[in-house]
Design a binder for this molecule. Sequence first.
Ligand SMILES: O=P(O)(O)OC[C@H]1O[C@H](OP(=O)(O)OP(=O)(O)O)[C@H](O)[C@@H]1O
Length: 392
Amino acid sequence: MPEDDQPFAIVPPAAIRDGRATDAYFRRTEAALDAADRNPHVVAEVTASQFPTGEPALFDGIQDAVHLFEGLPVDVHALPPGTCFDGGPVVRIEGPYRSFARYETSLLGFLSGATAFATAAHELRRAAPETPVLSFGARHLHPSLAAVLERSALLAGLDGFSHVAAGDRLGREASGTMPHALVICFGRGEQEAAWRAFDDGVDPDVPRTALVDTYSDEVDEAVRAAEAVDDLGGVRLDTTGSRRGDFRHICREVRWELDARGHDDVDLFVSGGLGVADLRELRDVADGFGVGGAISNADPADFGLDIVTVEGEPAAKRGKLPLPKQVYRTPDGAHHVGLAHEEGPADGDPLLEPVVADGELVREFDLDAGIGRAREDAALVFEGGSGGEDDG
Ligand SMILES: O=P(O)(O)OC[C@H]1O[C@H](OP(=O)(O)OP(=O)(O)O)[C@H](O)[C@@H]1O
């Protein structure tokens, strides 16, 4: 599509579907294979070789990637979204290499971003298992990725997200409170007018949460908001880092002062540059968190694709393990990797499952099912099946 037909630097979905969203060397590989009349039948696997936090990652993105293989003469196996893994293949592709070579770039891209978001969100989930956490990170990303970000956050068990168009794509409603811009539009000393305008103007089913750090002390604004808006649901503290001091103490003080004035039904929602350690520190004083960069700024998962057989014979580059593999989950939560043609552990569940058979999609992906899978698999892997809280 010529650039002036669409103003944004976005690779269109059609280019992803037809394999043009690829690194140029795959186009050259196709030309070389064609010139040599060579198109070997191969098995290739996608694996990650680095796990930066030292903990299992949460697999995601296959729901999109699977569409790359529609209509191709290939069979694909993959881990279901929401599976914890710390080694071994996450995807296995079998077919004539020439037919899928050009899709490697997009395949790895679909998996790398989504898995990174899901893994980061899951770390936050475990840091505050009982407290609502919303994904606020779309502002740090290219807007075309917002639905991927929010879907991964939900898959990992977070409770909601802020991006409206992502919500349209996912069939779920975005949530949110109010920005500082709204308060500033009414001016210093007029915060009550801003909070009341929100109460007057916003749909009745939206929780009334007042932002209480714009101009003055958080305790002062929180108490004023609770007195200005009938049935105020909560206050949000997004205190700027330079003014934060002992943020846990500020939260406790706000809670104390609200309670002391009979506003114990007003929740305390906290946001602004929060990470895993902050959630652990604040989870007993906050009723909810908004977290952005700690999810959206996650480093991409380090996936690579390697051929492991050529015409049925073992093949691999140095440092990689040839032959197709299967991965298994055992009841103790361990992750076993073995050769696909050998028996796995007697009590192990094979995790790679068919997703494409001769170019036909053979598995449906449902977000709620993925959320449930992530919750159950993480309970096995991180708590040995107990489902208990991670105390870090
Ligand atoms: O810091 P992160 O974890 O990435 O969270 C994303 C944003 O959410 C909060 O913004 P807020 O809605 O208060 O923005 P505003 O200052 O523009 O009103 C916070 O201050 C961050 O800018």
